[in-house]
Design a binder for this molecule. Structure first.
Ligand SMILES: *[C@@H]1O[C@H](CO)[C@@H](O)[C@H](O)[C@H]1NC(C)=O
Ligand SMILES: *[C@@H]1O[C@H](CO)[C@@H](O)[C@H](O)[C@H]1NC(C)=O
Ligand SMILES: *[C@@H]1O[C@H](CO)[C@@H](O)[C@H](O)[C@H]1NC(C)=O
Length: 416
């Protein structure tokens, strides 16, 4: 599991929406309600996207506190958005003059601070997201106008930045994004990746995704992300990631989001179980505020996820897909396997009213199979149904006695 973090400069307007406002405004002179109205009402006339820079202050940003929350989430990786499509770098890039967090706004290197705290206080792998293209960069627009025959932008901006962040922060994940409809040859992705895997300071540890130019997504790369919120529900032969957001609609923080727009912990546990059963990793994104806080709703979800993993982590970490991904009889039952321990893990999302869980997939062996509920001391009783699976008697527990509240794990040994 991975937590990703995206600061958006205009936190009142979600990442998708701020392009609706500004990209179209700048390039197509298209005025989009209601965002244009919101800007007109609340900001001075002529306010431009660049004016958000000084308003991004991060005065409450405490990297140690963030690292502690990330650790408590049970995640094994964190990926910080070092630069999103607006081109603002959270580190003091030599190639992003006056459009970075050291020169403008916080006047701090947020990437360096988080990297130091995560490495000092946790075992999490530290990674960086990086957008290849930039909405407002004139060099990128110029290259786009020539149908990417010229390569001014990647050679003077994106590639130097990528080499810069690898040298400075040694990220163990490069989560690339934003091909801007340009092919990987324009970005020289293979040239960069060859260096990254053969000669860079992280060559032995680094992992990358699949967003390196048009047509690479879901086709080439270390792990596949396919599209945002990709969750196929069946096993994929290749390692993949479900990159999604705790805010249902936005990667960046939205000041006006109502509570119903945030996924509940039950939704997140379901997403995690489905993803891992099908051979994927889950990436959960949170959007911090412009003043550098992780909003308490995100903190709560992350800590709840950690509490769930504390009990059920053996069904997630280091597991492999089993021969079946979900059950054929009872909905909301997902399988993983721990081959070394000889276990099949059964994550069930609904506690049956009868107290009897019917499973159509595992075939129990009388006298051999053992069934354990994660976080509960006694072995459970069961009945084998031959090829039709097995039924398991769950213990009668009060809500206080349940090992956790949002999905449970059975560990089966010696089943077919
Ligand atoms: C690492 O943590 C220790 C103990 O918490 C602290 O004394 C030290 O200053 C930290 N170092 C960095 C680089 O943050
Ligand atoms: C692509 O990157 C590699 C490695 O840095 C470099 O040797 C090569 O010249 C680059 N190619 C182009 C077309 O920029
Ligand atoms: C198993 O999962 C797939 C994909 O999500 C779904 O279509 C199917 O209905 C599930 N089976 C059961 C019994 O819930």
């Amino acid at each position: 599991m991975m937590v990703s973090i995206l600061f958006s400069l205009s936190e009142n307007i979600s990442a998708d929406m701020f392009c609706s406002v500004f990209c179209r405004w700048y390039w197509q002179k298209e005025k989009r309600e209601p965002y244009v109205k919101f800007m007109d009402t609340n900001y001075p006339p002529g306010f431009s996207y660049e004016d958000f820079g000084p308003l991004f202050t991060a005065e409450f940003f405490d990297a140690n506190q963030w690292a502690d929350i990330l650790k408590a989430s049970g995640a094994r990786y964190v990926v910080l958005t070092s630069k999103h499509h607006e081109g603002f770098t959270l580190w003091g890039s030599k190639y992003s003059w006056n459009w970075n967090a050291v020169d403008v706004g916080p006047k701090r290197d947020l990437v360096a601070e988080l990297a130091a705290s995560v490495r000092n206080r946790t075992d999490l792998h530290f990674g960086l997201y990086h957008s290849l293209f930039e909405w407002f960069n004139p060099l990128f627009r110029e290259d786009a106008t020539s149908a990417f025959k010229t390569r001014k932008f990647p050679t003077s901006k994106s590639l130097p930045e990528l080499y810069e962040i690898v040298a400075k922060y040694q990220p163990e994940i490069i989560w690339s994004d934003g091909d801007g409809d340009a092919p990987d040859t324009y970005w020289n992705s293979t040239g960069f990746l060859a260096w990254l895997y053969n000669d860079s300071p992280v060559r032995d540890t680094v992992v990358t995704n699949d967003r390196w130019g048009t047509g690479t997504m879901c086709t080439h790369g270390g792990f596949y992300t396919c599209r945002d919120r990709y969750n196929p529900g069946h096993l994929l032969p290749r390692k993949w990631e479900n990159c999604m957001t705790i805010d249902r609609h936005s990667w960046g923080y939205r000041r006006d989001a109502p509570l119903r727009d945030y996924l509940a912990i039950e939704d997140l546990v379901k997403e995690l179980a489905e993803t891992v059963s099908c051979g994927g990793n889950l990436l959960m994104n949170i959007g911090p505020t412009h003043d550098g806080r992780i909003a308490v709703v995100f903190e709560e979800r992350l800590r709840q996820m950690g509490a769930w993993l504390e009990v059920n982590g053996e069904a997630i970490y280091g597991t492999k897909p089993w021969r079946a991904q979900n059950d054929t009889v009872t909905p909301g039952v997902w399988y993983t396997s721990s081959p070394k321990e000889g276990k099949v893990n059964v994550i069930f999302l609904n506690w049956p009213v009868s107290g009897i869980l019917e499973l159509g997939e595992p075939q129990a062996k009388i006298g051999e199979t053992q069934v354990k509920l994660a976080g509960y001391k006694d072995l459970l009783k069961w009945v084998a149904l031959g090829e039709k699976g097995m039924v398991i008697a769950l213990p009668q527990l009060t809500p206080q006695q349940l090992p956790c509240q949002w999905g449970w794990t059975l560990q089966l040994t010696d089943v077919n």
